[in-house]
Design a protein around this ligand. Structure first.
Ligand code: AMP
Length: 283
């Protein structure tokens, strides 16, 4: 596995691999089975697999955990090697965003709701870094987790709007056996928070089951989901919503392809999760 740290180095490498089918997995490191499942899909579909590890300062708010975000460099490299990654790109913040950096990529509508309310600068940071990475790597396919569903839609939107010639592939969310979605931030959870954290996925699962069993009224389903999520004290729900899976519009009645979105706080730690569900035929 090659490791490249400079932008110039990556550009030279890319020119030497003009005819390869490149699969790309952008990450912020602290790799877990969720990231590895993306890498495995890229490995299956593409002749050359590129992974980037870059803790992107632009997507963290001023009060967020940028400086304490986990950076287990050596074990991440080892995991990439074992997963058959061809190239690991680890740019430095100084070179990626030089002092006179002035450009931002922004998806105006989708970025403003749900996660965008709690984290107003977050998606502009994501869209800017992913644009730069896609321009550098020029992959045929790039792999993103359903775990960050709104992020996936925002990325699909700018890739479509800016005519970027990369197919965005959605990969399923990988979960612990009790339902908690894997996340690099789960390692911050205390033992008692860890037990509480499963309530978020349990609430979403209840919502999915309710819709599948024919319930239609979003307000009622959402209330039940909230009851499940907050049965135990210590978890604050920011939102639990039933939305159109294509544009994240909140729905009053279950219909079509839906995504159930959830965000919760456990002390300082913020968790997000979601599940997709289709309305049963009789609706
Ligand atoms: P991050 O390192 O958090 O920026 O995540 C890098 C990529 O891994 C993103 O596309 C995430 O959606 C994806 N990812 C994170 N957690 C999971 C998970 N539990 N299952 C599947 N994909 C995930």
């Amino acid at each position: 596995m090659r490791i490249i740290r400079s932008i110039r180095g990556l550009q030279v490498w890319r020119r030497k691999h003009e005819n390869q089918a490149i699969g790309f997995v952008p990450t912020m490191g602290a790799l877990h089975e969720g990231h590895l499942s993306l890498i495995r899909q890229a490995r299956k579909h593409c002749s050359t697999v590129v992974v980037s590890i870059f803790v992107n300062p632009l997507q963290f708010g001023p009060a967020e955990d940028f400086s304490k975000y986990p950076r287990p460099v050596k074990s991440d490299q080892q995991l990439c090697r074992e997963a058959g990654v061809d190239l690991l790109f680890c740019p430095s913040s100084e070179e990626f965003y030089p002092q006179d950096f002035q450009t931002s990529v922004s998806v105006s509508g989708l970025s403003l709701r749900w996660e965008g309310v709690a984290r107003p600068t977050h998606f502009d940071g994501v869209t800017t870094v992913v644009t730069k990475l896609l321009n550098l790597v020029r992959p045929n396919q790039a792999y993103f987790g359903q775990k960050d569903y709104q992020q996936l839609l925002v990325i699909k939107k700018f890739v479509e709007d800016l005519n970027i010639d990369t197919r965005i592939v959605r990969c399923s969310t990988i979960r612990e056996s009790d339902g908690l979605a894997l996340s690099s931030r789960n390692r911050y959870l205390s033992e008692s928070q860890r037990r509480l954290a499963t309530s978020l996925s349990a609430a979403l699962r209840h919502g999915v089951q309710s819709i599948k069993s024919g319930k239609q009224h979003a307000r009622i389903i959402q209330r039940e989901m909230k009851e499940i999520a907050t049965k135990l004290a210590g978890i604050d729900i920011e939102y639990l919503a039933i939305c159109d899976a294509n544009n994240l519009d909140p729905l009053t009645l279950a219909k079509g392809n839906m995504v159930l979105l959830g965000a919760a706080r456990l002390g300082d730690i913020r968790l997000i999760d979601n599940m997709l569900v289709k309305a049963p035929k009789k609706f």
